[in-house]
Design a protein around this ligand. Structure first.
Ligand code: SF4
Ligand code: SF4
Length: 310
């Protein structure tokens, strides 16, 4: 049975697809978006969250580490990530939850049993399970086996994806997934490469592929001031979606800073500290662009305006 690397399971989620959902976060993503609110989902291997503010300086963790990666240079814990292999031995030694291992390998069987625990909530709300991340398509064997098991068990599935994956993986996943929440960030390839580290060609091609198959998709566009929020970018994305065989609905997701504190826990710098949250008026102005292309549009999951007939 396939195994996969996940970093979290969130129960009772209401923003990750229809109804009440259990969201499973896959660990590892080929993109490097600086606005990502799940930075612990970027690496494909386990890593350590360190919370110095919780450290009481007791020193119990120091002898637990086989690599001498921990020290108390200023009276609170410091981690040398070059030495640490995320074995997690220090976590059990800490009395104040200052150390945490993020990421674990699980089997399909174990994960489906975890999802099944929430079935009552799915059945009453039209919900199910959402596979998010990180990038779920980056662990294709694990994901496809999970989707098969969910289908056998009558669990509705949603895939939350960047769309950056080989076409055959997208094709295979489309055979099982009930709905895709599909990110489009930047229509200009140079800008896409600059901000995410990868070209947007495969993402656009895979969306065309899903549309040609009649797959259910909601396109999600993160509105990041100074990066994705130009009218030119929104117009280009709207034009692309309107030309698909299935003109999918669009959800504009306003930038927020939730998750920025997780960068410090990982020893990383959050680059968008100066980026403002876009005001509602700006979001509505951008939503109007999609209405002009006769596309259904939402702002943060809430329907905006009406598509003009004809
Ligand atoms: S996770 Fe393992 S290697 Fe890393 S600091 Fe803790 S005990 Fe040391
Ligand atoms: S065991 Fe926990 S509280 Fe004690 S020094 Fe280590 S990190 Fe700090």
């Amino acid at each position: 049975m396939a195994t996969g690397m996940i970093f979290d399971i969130k129960r009772f989620a209401v923003h990750d697809g229809p109804g009440i959902r259990t969201t499973v976060f896959f660990k590892g993503c080929p993109l490097a978006c600086p606005w990502c609110h799940n930075p612990e989902g970027k690496k494909f291997t386990p890593e350590m969250f360190v919370r110095p503010a919780r450290c009481i300086g007791c020193g119990s963790c120091l002898p637990a580490c086989p690599h001498g990666a921990l020290s108390l240079p200023t009276g609170v814990i410091a981690l040398d990530r070059e030495r640490c292999d995320s074995c997690g031995r220090c976590v059990d030694a800490c009395p104040s939850d200052a150390l945490e291992t993020v990421g674990r390998e699980v089997t399909v069987e174990w994960l489906v049993a975890e999802i099944e625990r929430d079935r009552t909530f799915f059945d009453g709300s039209g919900g199910g399970v959402t596979f998010s991340g990180g990038e779920p398509l980056a662990q294709p064997e694990f994901l496809i086996e999970l989707l098969r098991a969910c289908r056998v068990n009558g669990l509705a599935t949603v895939i939350d994806t960047s769309g950056y994956a080989p076409a055959d993986v997208v094709e295979a996943v489309a055979g099982y997934a009930g709905l895709f929440l599909y990110d489009l960030k930047l229509i200009d390839d140079d800008l896409h490469r600059r901000y995410t580290g990868v070209p947007n060609g495969p993402i656009l091609e895979n969306l065309r592929l899903l549309a040609s198959r009649g797959a259910r998709v909601i396109v999600r566009v993160p509105v990041i001031p100074g990066i994705t929020d130009s009218e030119e970018n929104m117009d280009g994305i709207a034009r692309f979606i309107a030309a698909l065989p299935t003109p999918y609905p669009v959800d504009l997701l306003p930038y927020h800073r939730a998750g920025s504190d997780k960068y410090a826990r990982l020893g990383l710098k959050y680059q968008l500290v100066e980026t403002p949250v876009p005001p509602q008026a700006r979001m509505e102005g951008l939503a109007e662009i999609f209405l002009r292309y006769k596309l259904q549009v939402m702002i943060g999951g809430e329907r905006y305006g009406d598509v003009a007939p004809g």
